[in-house]
Design a protein around this ligand. Structure first.
Ligand code: ATR
Length: 277
């Protein structure tokens, strides 16, 4: 019998995870199958019970279930608990254990593309939503001591910082302040939905003060180059889009389920082909 895996979300038809994981199973000669399941919020609890009954070995969790699944798993990894969101569930005996591989996926993709010791860089995160929280908490959990945050709603950024269980020194800036002080940062991470297709001409704020020694990351991958990345590139910064984070969060999940590291380049090529890059 095939080993069964999947992803739950609503909507789910656009998900690139099935093609990425199913190719990895084939490539590694693992008799597994990864199925997308559209699950509405009302059906989430029933769906998780169903997963157990069917014996799914693991699954990913995406919008809108990343937070509401917390009380439905049997155990929570400490980082997922701190972030308050689960994107990967792993069967361990009779238990389902919730993990969050988004932030660690971000860190892996950063290390792959930017060869610097990111722990000692001056870092700014733009945004304070779920993705920003996963990245900030994960960076803080691996020992980054100082990360500033800029968000439209500064109170939300303050809440994010206040709830972080890992020690990290942070200044909170509004967008005009971040724009003004941008030259102080060598790593700038854009986590908001600003600039995502179809709003491709939008940017959180002008990057006129960005210096050429900066590494700019946008976690968006549609479009492959957001206006934020175009402006950063024009300022001489090195840039990276969100494909690496997406691929690495998937690879971390795959390894948790199977014990085998998948071929990252192959996963990335599949995603790129799908996005027409
Ligand atoms: P995600 O889980 O993808 O991070 P989210 O939790 O809804 O999504 O967070 C969205 C982020 O994008 C927030 O930082 C949000 O800013 P606010 O906290 O001020 O709402 C930011 N964002 C989205 N649209 C925005 C816009 N038009 N202008 C400024 N910020 C925006």
């Amino acid at each position: 019998m095939k080993r069964l895996f999947g992803v739950i979300g609503d909507p789910i038809s656009h998900s690139m995870s099935p093609m990425m994981h199913n190719d990895a199973f084939k490539n590694l000669k693992i008799d597994g199958y990864y199925q997308p399941f559209r699950i509405t919020p009302e059906d989430l609890a029933t769906a998780i019970k169903g997963m157990k009954v069917i014996g799914i070995e693991g699954f990913n969790v995406t919008i809108p279930h990343k937070t509401s699944i917390l009380p439905l798993v049997d155990r929570l990894d400490p980082l997922a608990k701190a972030i308050g969101a689960v994107n990967t569930v792993v069967r361990d005996g009779n238990d389902y254990v919730g993990y969050n591989s988004d932030g660690l996926g971000f860190i892996c993709s950063l290390q792959e593309r930017w060869k610097k010791d990111f722990k000692n860089e001056k870092t700014l995160i733009i945004g304070a939503g779920g993705a920003a929280k996963a990245i900030y908490y994960s960076l803080a959990s691996v020992g980054v001591k100082k990360i500033d945050i800029s968000n439209r709603t500064t109170a939300r950024a303050q809440g994010l910082v206040d709830h972080c269980p890992f020690k990290c020194e942070t200044n909170i800036l509004d967008f005009p302040q971040a724009r003004q002080n941008l030259g102080a940062y060598t790593l700038v991470i854009q986590t908001t939905s600003i600039g995502m297709s179809p709003n491709i001409n939008e940017i959180p704020f002008s990057l006129e003060n960005m210096l050429p020694n900066t590494h700019a990351v946008d976690i968006i991958y549609n479009p492959l180059e957001t206006k934020f990345l175009t402006e950063a590139r024009q300022k001489g910064a090195t840039t990276q889009n969100g494909i690496g984070m997406f691929v690495h969060q998937g690879a971390i999940a795959f390894e948790k389920w199977t014990g085998i590291k998948p071929d990252i380049i192959r996963m990335e090529n599949i995603v790129m082909q799908h996005l027409g890059g």
